[in-house]
Design a protein. Structure first.
Length: 581
């Protein structure tokens, strides 16, 4: 249900200060003048993008004279206009960058919008999640102008549109940077393969079938796939399903035997159940990973072996005659290790890119629907009113006080099977002091976030351990120090209640199920907020990122996936809600 700050609309629940408008209310649907096929050439001055090449490489061109004439006389996009495909694959997007180009009439359109109402930069992102009303235009999908005009979108205030676009564009930049890194690493690997796999004088020439036994996988039809944990590799580039049979092969090369991808070479280190594939398994005669790289280096050549017309196939007898020059097995293993290391590096970057794409998708759903706001919350912080801590005439010193706080947190959040880590108790302690005293004395800017090293090295932990409030154990997962309660924990809890009261014990409970990343982001951002406020600096995602970047111990945080812009904004909002702006 919507809260008091949200409202129900026909397109869903949106913030009170957002509007819903039809695209026809914010601008006019535009398209370029029609170009006929006979007016194009296969090469020339000005690229002409048809629906099939929109967002890709052009295969048609028009003369500069026609381009100049049509651009002057008819509708033409301005720099920044967001064009999208209106037939075929609906909604492919290209932001016009000003370079000379022409576009295929009604198949590629844009909204000539009033940027006092909606920014192009906002539309460029919203079009990626928009639900277009479509109609069947014969044999292909067609998005007619009437459907475009009637499509409703939520519109934040311009300042928030600008912030949303900036955050999402920053994430696009990160993804694009990773794309370039992946491409660079792949080129380096290709060069290394050419060098390392090139025949040397002391290598011997062999046929693949002479050294390796190439088997056909067990045939299995799609309706035989059942739930299980063994991937079924069935002639494609990805598992076709999963099975629970016991016919397992580890460290196996597969070569797709039929279909459009016949000849596709892959390597699996986990047990597989190969179907409709040729397989090569480990052998004492050769290093199987080395043979995989050899075959991979001949991937294009293997594809050309396809026979069978409409249903291409490649049989073991087709690849057995392949000639290779190979070194001794020890050298094979050495080469395979080098190339495997490169593969691992590329895979790591690809996984990182995939995570950023997932984060981006989540950010779009959160930001473009108003579930997360990129604006400073206007509401005042809702805080539990706690009595200020008396700091005068106390009979215990700071380290005794911290020993009691640590012990309380271990009791609150630690269990025998899930002991409390030093990382977590430090973050909990930061939040506790921040709420109760509005100050976090002694917490320093360490790599993991606000950290009070004095607790570990100047007595607090030792006092808690010596008094048997807590015990130190090894974290069952990481092996690092962790803590559970000891026989005298009730004494520590009595001190904590006397010094801090009961309300704070309930307040800290809200952080129980926070992941480590969540605690790190919240406490890091909150400490940054406090420091920026002390300098009368504006609190924005950008200012927080700049501040974190300025702290040598914290700079590396910005490379972590959890420190994305939407999480930073959430932490800013929560800091305000918890502790006041």
């Amino acid at each position: 249900m919507a809260t008091a700050n949200y409202k129900h609309t026909e397109i869903g629940i949106i913030p009170d200060d957002w509007e819903v408008k039809k695209l026809g209310e914010v601008g006019e649907v535009r398209m370029c003048k029609r170009i006929f096929k006979q007016q194009t050439t296969t090469s020339g001055d000005i690229p002409f993008y048809k629906i099939g090449t929109f967002g890709d490489e052009p295969d048609a061109f028009i003369s500069k004279e026609m381009y100049d004439e049509f651009r002057a006389k008819f509708n033409f996009p301005k720099v920044g206009d967001v064009m999208f495909s209106a037939s075929g694959t609906i909604g492919r997007i290209v932001v016009y960058d000003g370079r000379p180009a022409y576009f295929q009439d009604s198949n590629i359109v844009w909204i000539e919008n009033d940027e006092k109402i909606v920014l192009n930069s906002y539309l460029a992102h919203y079009y990626k999640i928009i639900k277009w009303a479509t109609a069947d235009g014969g044999t292909i999908q067609r998005l007619y102008n009437e459907y475009i005009r009637s499509t409703e979108i939520p519109l934040p205030p311009l300042s928030e549109q600008r912030s949303i676009a900036a955050v999402l564009s920053d994430t696009d930049t990160l993804i694009a940077t990773l794309d370039k890194q992946i491409e660079k690493k792949q080129l380096i690997k290709q060069g290394a393969m050419r060098e390392l796999l090139s025949p040397k004088n002391d290598w011997k020439e062999v046929r693949l079938g002479e050294i390796a036994e190439i088997k056909r996988g067990q045939m299995i039809t799609a309706n035989q796939y059942v739930s299980g944990n063994i991937p079924v590799i069935a002639g494609g580039k990805t598992p076709a399903g999963f099975h629970n049979v016991s016919n397992r092969k580890a460290n196996t090369i597969t070569i797709s035997a039929s279909g459009a991808n016949a000849g596709f070479v892959a390597f699996y280190t986990e047990p597989i159940f190969a179907s409709d594939c040729s397989t090569i398994s480990e052998s004492e005669n050769f290093d199987v990973k080395y043979i995989y790289f050899l075959l991979l280096s001949k991937q294009d050549e293997i594809y050309k072996m396809q026979t069978g017309g409409a249903q291409p196939h490649i049989h073991p007898k087709d690849i057995e005659p392949m000639l290779f020059s190979i070194p001794n097995k020890a050298k094979q293993t050495e080469i395979a290790a080098i190339l495997s290391s490169m593969d691992a590096e590329i895979s790591s970057l690809e996984r990182k890119r995939e995570k950023y794409c997932q984060i981006k998708a989540g950010m779009m759903q959160e930001l473009l629907t108003g579930r997360v706001r990129l604006a400073e919350p206007q509401q005042k912080a809702a805080m539990i009113e706690l009595k200020p801590k008396k700091t005068k005439n106390i009979s215990h010193n700071e380290q005794i006080n911290e020993a009691v706080v640590i012990s309380f947190l271990v009791h609150k959040f630690g269990k025998q099977q899930y002991p409390l880590s030093r990382f977590r108790y430090t973050k909990y302690a930061y939040l506790l002091h921040r709420q109760y005293e509005k100050a976090t004395t002694g917490f320093q800017k360490h790599a993991a976030g606000p950290y009070k090293s004095e607790n570990r090295y100047k007595g607090a932990e030792s006092i808690a351990l010596k008094n048997k409030y807590i015990s130190k154990v090894a974290n069952p997962k990481s092996g690092k120090d962790a803590f559970v309660v000891n026989e005298n924990i009730e004494k520590a809890l009595a001190y904590f209640t006397e010094w801090y009261g009961a309300d704070i014990q309930q307040w800290i409970e809200q952080f129980r199920y926070y992941k480590n990343d969540d605690l790190e982001v919240l406490t890091t951002v909150d400490e940054s907020v406090r420091d920026l406020q002390a300098e009368n600096e504006q609190i924005t995602v950008r200012s927080i990122r700049n501040y974190i970047h300025s702290i040598p111990q914290w700079e590396a945080k910005l490379n972590k996936l959890c420190f994305n812009d939407i999480n930073i904004q959430k932490a800013i909002n929560q800091s305000n809600q918890l502790f006041g702006g």
